[in-house]
Design a protein around this ligand. Structure first.
Ligand code: PLP
Length: 366
């Protein structure tokens, strides 16, 4: 039996009646756009991640744009982010009108190196976007210290880190705002695109809501020029049906990670995910490092185990950033990792037998 990288169908089967019921209710109530299902999910999600306000939107990419636009990012501003992420993080800095400044990762957690942030600050720097990559919180104490020292805002990209904690505190509660994606494969996933931006600042929440709804809170009253970015009722109802299961799914991912750690941490050439003290990793991805990554991936794939590379090219080296003229020496960790990282199958329903098969295949590889 092959081991899939993730299995969304299996998750659906475990809660089929709840999902089907949620979809049927939205159809019955004609609540396709806005309305009670969207309002309810915003309230429930805010409570689940310990924030006061949740502004839903179309996807996690828009969420980043909305947060930066509400923080009034303007041309000439510089925003610092990590060299190792999905392109949404950096692309939205550009689309919000600012200049992207990349920093290297710390060499062990795949998250941004606070020392590199401090070295990258200029008089034009306005904010920092740490990414809690793969589900592990970035070093928020160090980042918040830098943010108050230099008066910079922080937007946490929590797209891969629902319910992750740093020193007991939920991610997404440290900065001015935090963004979430509910892309189907994320730890909390819709059945289509969905996202949200959260904050404890009521004025910021209202501004982001306006920006996401054509610049107004009341129909035909447009106070500013916004965009159209909405969570639809169907996705909201599906997310509300899934949210009560998220804590248990997260625990299952953490248990699966422990089983991988135990099976792989003695294997020569394999580096299992390094979790810094006081960080609760939620394992959106379980990503190992191996010096012969491509051969290992080929071996696993040939034997029925699906893998992924997140991501094959670090952001500064993508064609989209050729204009910045970056070289590998500027980002030695992100550059070194791009050829070695390999994400193994990880989902809440993965079985011990499936994990055993993955571990055995990695052990047999030489
Ligand atoms: C998934 C993801 C996003 C974007 O979310 P979408 O909903 O796909 O737009 C942003 N940042 C990171 C780190 C992500 O993993």
């Amino acid at each position: 039996m092959p081991v899939p990288f993730a299995d969304l169908q299996l998750q659906y089967q475990t809660i089929k009646s709840e999902i089907d019921g949620a979809i049927a209710s939205v159809i019955r109530d004609n609540a396709f756009i806005r309305g009670s299902y969207v309002d309810a999910f915003e309230r429930e999600f805010a409570a689940a991640v310990d924030v006061k306000h949740c502004v839903s939107c179309a996807n996690g990419t828009d969420a980043l744009y909305l947060a930066m636009a509400a923080l009034k990012v303007k041309p000439g501003d510089e925003v610092i982010t990590t060299a190792h992420s999905w392109i949404s993080t950096s692309a939205m800095i550009t689309h919000a009108g600012a200049t992207v400044v990349f920093c290297d990762t710390d060499g062990s957690t795949f998250t941004i190196n606070p020392a590199a942030i401090e070295a990258a600050i200029t008089p034009r720097t306005v904010g920092i976007i740490p990414v809690h990559l793969y589900g592990q919180p970035a070093d928020m104490d160090a980042i918040m210290t830098i943010s108050s020292k230099y008066k910079l805002w922080v937007i946490e990209d929590c797209a891969q880190a629902h319910l992750a904690r740093y020193k007991g505190q939920q991610v997404g509660t440290f900065g001015a705002a935090a963004t979430y994606s509910f892309y189907p494969g994320k730890n909390l996933g819709a059945m289509g695109d969905a996202g949200a931006v959260v904050t404890n600042d009521a004025a910021l929440a209202e501004h982001m809501t306006m920006l996401a709804r054509h610049g107004g809170l009341v129909k035909h009253q447009h106070h500013i020029e916004g965009i159209n970015s909405r969570l639809d009722g169907m996705q909201a109802a599906i997310l509300s049906a899934k949210l009560p299961h998220l804590a248990q799914w997260t625990k299952a991912r953490q248990d699966a990670a422990k089983a991988y750690d135990a099976g792989l941490n003695q294997v020569e050439d394999v580096i299992v995910p390094q979790v810094a003290p006081d960080r609760a990793h939620v394992y959106h991805l379980y990503t190992i490092k191996h010096p012969r990554r491509d051969a290992l991936a080929a071996h696993l794939n040939a034997n029925g185990v699906q893998t992924a590379i997140n991501y094959p090219t670090a952001l500064p080296f993508l064609a989209a950033y050729a204009r910045l003229g970056h070289c590998p020496e500027q980002f030695p960790n992100a550059f070194g990792d791009q050829g070695q990282i390999l994400s193994l199958p990880m989902f809440a329903e993965i079985t011990p037998d499936q994990q055993r098969m993955v571990i055995d295949l990695v052990c047999q590889f030489d």
